[in-house]
Design a protein around this ligand. Structure first.
Ligand code: NAD
Ligand code: UDP
Length: 388
């Protein structure tokens, strides 16, 4: 249970606070709510359109933290309650966004509105009411690495100066406008610039978080089970879905892009440090990722296949992967980030945070969850006769 004698990184007692969490019903929000309720005395005003992923924290009524969480079903696009809820809180955390790559080139308007326009009132209300804001941006604001523009055999491609992504030094490099993939990154970049400017001109106390592929239980949905059959979630859920159905994993454009994956539970520790150490977190942009866990998407597919076989007890497919073009998989206007290694200097210096969990371990616990949660439902859906 939460102790009231918690201290921050400078040894000062942490006072209980009220946190307005927008997008609390999503993947990151659900883990953050869980952490706050189980390990701190803080209160959460949880705002979202959905609450399926936090139902276990809201029901039954007898839960020990029931006085410390309130769910408000609302859409921040149009709801007059938003300002009042921000005013009631000491801190606002904004997680709400459309953030699945399959939407960026197929629903660019919704993507831009969600990531820029809809976030504007949140920034405005925080600034006008002198409330602290932690805003979730993305590692995608870096776009492509400088090294990706060098010839394939150029030795400078191996030089970290050409690929490590640093908050206060790296440029943001996006593709042309017709590559609508970058609509998300561009909208996130502009809201970052607006928040930064509110800080510089109007004194807004802000922290910007750039997550680098946080993964774990409750991420996205399994198509046809707890999401639309035709929906395309992020890679963890796409590959989990293939493994659960005994289908080959689809490698987009050869699976050569590289990513670093961090376990959601490690990343949430970083967010809690930001929440409870405002003097160290305000005014900063933080990369939150695990530079040790780098793989190509093909290597990720191979590792997930091995791990899934271990946790499910089922043999791996003889042909575990198939190649698919990005045009076929995502449609026109897709493009990709080549490589994402976060520089950890700023988060280390300000908050002393480091990720702990290896890629194998985080996949083992996540795929154990996926198997336990979905295997039966998938079996039933496969066994169901198809309606004429
Ligand atoms: P998610 O989709 O699981 O959660 C987002 C939540 O916001 C959803 O529950 C959704 O219903 C809610 N939401 C969206 N629009 C809303 C609106 N208008 N009103 C009310 N609620 C609304 O995504 P997530 O992975 O938890 O990501 C949270 C944030 O972190 C996003 O801003 C995303 O861009 C950023 N991010 C996440 C990752 C990652 O690795 N998971 C990577 C980069 C950036
Ligand atoms: N990807 C893939 N097969 C899939 C889903 C995704 O090869 O079934 C690739 C995608 O093209 C990208 C990487 O996996 O290179 C990570 O995709 P994700 O959707 O997780 O988001 P991103 O890291 O690009 O924001």
């Amino acid at each position: 249970m939460a102790s009231t004698a918690r201290v921050d990184l400078d040894g000062n007692q942490i006072k209980p606070m009220t946190i307005c969490m927008i997008g609390a019903g999503g993947f990151i929000g659900s883990h953050l709510c869980e952490k706050i309720l189980t390990e701190t005395p803080h209160k959460v005003l949880a705002l979202d359109v959905y609450n399926d992923k936090i139902k276990h924290l809201l029901e039954p009524d007898s839960l020990q933290w029931k006085e410390r969480i309130q769910f408000h079903r609302l859409n921040i696009k149009q709801d007059s309650r938003l300002e009042g809820l921000i005013k009631m809180a000491d801190l606002t955390i904004n997680l709400a966004a459309i953030c699945t790559p399959a939407d960026y080139n197929t629903r660019p308007l919704d993507t831009i509105y969600s990531n820029f326009i809809d976030a504007l009132p949140v920034v405005k209300y925080c600034s006008e009411n002198n409330k602290r804001l932690i805003h979730f941006s993305t590692c995608e604001v870096y776009g492509k690495t400088i090294g990706s523009f060098l010839p394939k055999d150029n030795p400078l491609r191996q030089d970290s100066e050409y690929f490590v992504l640093t908050e206060d030094a790296s440029p943001c490099i996006f593709g042309p406008i017709e590559k609508q993939r970058w609509s998300y990154a561009c909208a996130k970049q502009l809201i970052e610039r607006l928040i930064y400017a509110e800080g510089a001109e109007n004194g807004l106390q802000f922290t910007i978080v750039r997550p680098f592929n946080w993964i774990g239980p409750r991420m996205d949905f399994i198509p046809g089970i707890d999401g639309p059959s035709e929906g395309v979630p992020r890679v963890l859920a796409c590959f989990s879905n293939n493994l659960l159905r005994g289908e080959p994993l689809k490698l987009v454009d050869g699976g050569i892009s590289q990513r670093t994956f961090v376990y959601i539970k490690d990343a949430i520790e970083a967010v809690l440090l930001m929440i409870e150490n405002p003097h160290r977190a305000n005014g900063h942009i933080f990369n939150v990722g695990n530079p040790q866990n780098e793989v190509t998407v093909r290597q990720l597919a191979e590792m997930m296949t091995q791990v899934y076989s271990k946790v499910s007890g089922e043999p791996s497919l003889e042909v575990p992967t198939i190649d698919v073009s990005s045009k076929e998989f995502y449609g026109e206007g897709y493009d990709d980030s080549d490589k994402r290694i976060p520089d950890m200097t700023i988060i280390n210096r300000q908050l002393g945070w480091n990720p702990k969990t290896s890629l194998w371990d985080l996949l083992e616990s996540t795929l154990t969850y996926q198997h336990r949660t979905y295997a039966e439902a998938i079996k039933k859906s496969i066994a169901k006769p198809v309606a004429n």
